[in-house]
Design a protein around this ligand. Structure first.
Ligand code: SF4
Length: 507
């Protein structure tokens, strides 16, 4: 009988000993090549904006997916990728899996077009052919790893063609640690462009304009959350502004026109830089739970010079109601939280205010000054907050704390399920519901308590599958298969050599 409670998940990738960081792995070689090819300035900016310490680069999907998704969600926006065909295949597959329903443009390359500079000419031609103002406001061109490492100079593209804006960004896996931060790369680039347009003269008016000063909201969130936030801001004489990343170009102007910015997700460093350049104050954290909401309303009120009486009016109206919702929907149990969305600390706050014991929060995103209020609140409650958490650290936390429920990324959830621990995938099951205000207080408890109640089912499954082996020996055998690590190492080495050869050719 195999004791699955002690089995540790193996990495998906073959370990051949010499590769750094897995499949998209020649990070230092690519970095070096990119610097030699003239990309030092942007790589230094990324290193400052998205620091990788104290832990190694986390293991999540190709970062370019984050910026691709932001572009694909914008109206009248065309997206063009320049990169290896395998990367583009994976990115388009994932975007359509998540319902993009939009064409992704692709400019292919060969070793010849890459080294002769013809690739840039091909990109330029593709952009010129696409630039139809009847169809598009904006074209976004993204250099993936190989074109970035080769120095394809997207900055030399025209700023606009036929009135269609052109934005070129480099989103290499060796410079942007997570797909979350790649969203910021594009959001920041668009805000910069829009800010310069505003400085140059009149711009398009928003479709809807509040007669009150607004709070722009930084970070993707459940659609009901900005509505709830707007209700809480009303007694302060404020309104909820656009959510950045926006769904339409002209919303960028409204966002920049805000009274202050709520950095709901704290990793949008480049976007914050643009808001600060526009003279806007930034407020960290979010209105989650009773204490979180009270503190956030105070901070927003202070940033906008709102009278205390008005702030108190909102607190009186909403904080008590949130407390009531939390009390009516208690969560009992020990829960570990990990993810790569950037909202992990907010979720942990809400869980704790609902009554849960949360010993560990891991986020693949970095620590920033905008995450300080949540980190301080959590640490004061004895929570270990781990920024730039690696998969191994998140998994180790499950072994260390033995939670009743693990919230995490897919491999974390898989590990927990192997140990018969109920678990929830952060992205699909936690991010896809309201977190703010009264709505958030009730909705999170529903899914968490449902999962906690599954413990008996998990035990039954674990007992049913007990003894069927693990890894290479999984199944019911007359002769249990023997592991052949030497074969794996040999084929991994051949595979890696083939990958490097293909990368050199650039196909
Ligand atoms: S673009 Fe870079 S990080 Fe993304 S899949 Fe390709 S090699 Fe990997």
């Amino acid at each position: 009988m195999t004791d699955i409670s002690t089995s540790v998940r193996e990495r998906d990738r073959l370990d051949i000993g010499s590769a750094e960081g897995g499949g998209c792995s020649s990070a230092s070689t690519m970095q070096e090549a990119a610097r030699k090819a003239g990309k030092s300035e942007i790589l230094d900016q990324y290193a400052a904006d998205y620091p990788v310490g104290p832990h190694d680069q986390p293991q999540s999907m190709c970062p370019a997916f984050g910026s691709l998704r932001v572009g694909l969600r914008m109206r009248r926006t065309a997206t063009v990728l320049s990169g290896s065909a395998c990367c583009v295949y994976g990115l388009t597959f994932t975007s359509h899996f998540y319902g993009a329903r939009r064409t992704v443009g692709y400019v292919p390359f060969s070793s010849e077009t890459l080294v002769t500079g013809k690739l840039f000419e091909d990109i330029k031609e593709a952009v010129e052919n696409l630039a139809d103002p009847e169809k598009y406001d904006t074209i976004i061109v993204t250099n993936l790893c190989v074109p970035t490492a080769s120095g394809v100079p997207l900055r030399l593209l025209a700023d606009q063609i036929n009135g269609v804006r052109v934005i070129g960004i480099d989103v290499p896996g060796f410079g942007i640690p997570t797909h979350a931060e790649a969203k910021d790369v594009l959001a920041g680039a668009m805000l910069k462009y829009a800010r310069e347009e505003v400085a140059a003269g009149p711009v398009a008016a928003p479709r809807e304009k509040s007669d009150k000063p607004t709070i722009a909201l930084l970070g993707e969130m459940f659609p009901a959350d900005p509505v709830g936030i707007g209700m809480m801001l009303e007694p302060l004489g404020l309104a909820a502004g656009p959510v950045v990343p926006t769904r339409e170009w002209r919303e960028l102007y409204s966002a920049l026109d805000c009274a202050a910015v709520g950095a709901i997700h704290p990793f949008y460093t480049a976007s914050v830089r643009e808001f600060e350049a526009a003279g806007r104050a930034i407020v960290g954290s979010a209105p989650v739970g009773a204490e979180g909401t009270a503190a956030w309303l105070d901070a927003i009120g202070a940033a906008c010079g709102v009278k205390q009486a008005h702030i108190d009016a909102s607190k009186n109206a909403f904080v008590g109601a949130i407390r009531g919702a939390l009390a009516a929907n208690p969560i009992k149990g020990r829960i570990t939280v990990s993810g790569y969305e950037g909202s992990e600390l907010l979720v942990a706050r809400l869980l704790i205010e609902s009554g849960a014991d949360v010993p560990y929060v891991g986020s693949a995103c970095p620590k920033t000054r905008w995450s300080d209020p949540d980190r301080e609140w959590l640490e004061a409650k004895g929570v270990r907050v781990n920024f730039r958490a690696s998969l191994e650290e998140d998994i180790a936390a499950i072994s260390e704390f033995g939670p009743d429920l693990a919230i995490g990324t897919t491999p974390v959830v898989q590990h927990a399920k192997q140990r018969a621990i109920p678990s929830l995938y952060f992205t699909n099951l936690i991010s896809a519901r309201p977190l703010m205000g009264v709505a958030g207080a009730g909705s999170l408890a529903q899914v968490i308590n449902g999962a906690l109640a599954n413990k008996g089912r998990m035990d039954t499954m674990a007992a049913f599958f007990d003894g069927v082996g693990t890894d290479h020996a999984t199944g019911v055998w007359e002769d249990t298969p023997q592991d052949r690590p030497n074969f794996k190492a040999k084929y991994a080495a051949i595979n890696e050599a083939a990958r490097k050869a293909a990368e050199a050719v650039g196909t």
